[in-house]
Design a protein around this ligand. Structure first.
Ligand code: ZN
Length: 101
């Protein structure tokens, strides 16, 4: 499984696989990240994230995230949604191929 190599696995409860499936279903497999402008990511989610990092594995503290958002949230864990948006705006703007010579 994708998370098998994660160091965070040791802290996850025994029934995590089942919890994970339940949260993904609850959130319709859509990424729950809310950007600072109010838009929701909504990308296909295959990750379950702890809203507040730690050992609270309750449903209220779990959310479905897409791979991209989870990676960027985890790399700035403890940061806010603003940090997430900052990372996002720092990405180079893709140039449409038709506009390049
Ligand atoms: Zn996302």
């Amino acid at each position: 499984m994708a998370w098998a190599g994660s160091t965070r696995r040791a802290r996850l409860p025994k029934d995590w696989a089942r919890t994970r499936r339940r949260i993904l279903r609850r959130d319709n497999h859509a990424c729950q990240t809310r950007f600072s402008d109010g838009r929701m990511c909504g990308a296909p989610a295959n990750q379950v994230d702890h809203v507040v990092p730690g050992d609270d594995h309750g449903d209220a503290n779990l959310q479905a995230l897409c791979q991209w958002c989870h990676t960027h949230k985890s790399s700035s864990e403890g940061g806010t949604a603003a940090a997430l948006t900052r990372v996002r705006t720092d990405r180079p703007k893709p140039t449409h191929p038709a506009l390049e010579d």
